[in-house]
Design a protein around this ligand. Structure first.
Ligand code: UTP
Length: 298
């Protein structure tokens, strides 16, 4: 069966970005001038996804409005002949988007469970707004290609520094079945470096079979008291094969402050409007900081 649907959970509390996320979803925070969720929607479309469900929480309106037409703004830009800006505003509206509310942020697994009726009995992709992925083939498409071969759930993973395993779900790989595709013994949510069975961390893209919903329906809260998707995937793996696909492209972790700032700088350095000024600014700032460092050491 062809994978046509994607689910984007965007109902977390975003506590790492408070107070910015008090009244706004962290998925709406912009990288230069584009909300992170738009990068995710673009990856879905580039992968051939036809229908997208966004799971929203308290800050539902700005996400819905962002992907809706804004007639007042559009006619204003048209009147002023700002065709480039008009194009940017219009290109977010031509997407088959659906929304559902997760009334309480009980965890990622619980957010995905809200997609049960939308997904029905089909395989689907879960894409987290925390991670922007870049590769010649979009990561979601890589997982969809794997599904065409295996007809099994496949989770994207990436090597992370060993001391950071407690920030991620980690896989215990059994064997590499083909280039970068692993059989998995088990999945562990946020293990300490001592407990971690590998350095291969689950990153924000999953291709799941609909059987995951049966598991999620009876999933007990796990790490942090939340209903964890990783725990449900571990259970699913006991009744049907779940593979892991190692991602070798570039991952921008926008879920924490420092990752977000690094991503903004890197995207700024290739943004036609600001790249030259930003580059000059960074070079000048670097020289100033180096001078301060030398003065401190004296
Ligand atoms: P995170 O744990 O990174 O998001 O969840 P968070 O809880 O919003 O962030 P912090 O840790 O408090 O700063 C990963 C993804 O799952 C979604 C989040 O919106 C994020 O995209 N999520 C998480 C939900 O949709 N619902 C939840 O109950 C939890």
């Amino acid at each position: 069966m062809k994978v046509k649907k994607a689910v984007i959970p965007a109902a977390g509390l975003g506590t790492r970005f408070l107070p910015a996320t008090k009244a706004m979803a962290k998925e709406m925070l912009p990288i230069v001038d584009k909300p992170t969720i738009q990068f995710i929607v673009e990856e879905a479309l580039a992968s051939g996804i036809e229908d997208i469900l966004i799971v929203t929480g308290k800050a539902k309106r700005p996400i819905e409005d962002h992907f809706d037409a804004n007639f007042e703004l559009e006619s204003n830009l048209r009147e002023k002949n700002k065709t480039d800006l008009l194009k940017l505003v219009e290109e977010t509206t031509d997407v088959n988007l659906h929304f559902i509310r997760q009334s309480h942020p009980k965890g990622l697994g619980h957010a995905v469970l809200q997609a049960k009726a939308f997904v029905g009995n089909e395989p689907f992709v879960v894409m987290l707004g925390d991670d922007i992925m870049e590769d010649t083939i979009p990561l979601s498409k890589q997982l969809m290609n794997d599904y065409d071969d295996t007809h099994a759930s496949t989770i994207a993973v990436m090597k992370v520094p060993h001391e950071e395993t407690s920030k991620y779900g980690i896989i215990n790989p059994e064997a590499e079945v083909s280039n970068g595709l692993y059989n998995v013994n088990n999945f562990v949510e946020k293990p300490t470096p001592e407990e971690a069975p590998s350095d291969l961390a689950i990153i924000g893209r999953y291709l799941l079979t609909p059987e995951i919903f049966h598991v999620l329906e009876s999933q007990e809260p796990g790490a942090g008291g939340e209903i964890q998707l990783t725990d449900a995937i571990d259970t699913l793996n006991k009744t049907q094969r779940v593979f892991a696909r190692e991602f070798t492209g570039k991952r921008y972790d926008v879920g924490d402050k420092f990752g977000f700032m690094k991503t903004s700088i890197e995207y700024g350095l290739v943004h036609p409007e600001v790249k030259d000024n930003l580059r000059d600014y960074i070079i000048a700032l670097g020289a100033e900081l180096a001078k301060e460092d030398t003065a401190e050491k004296k």
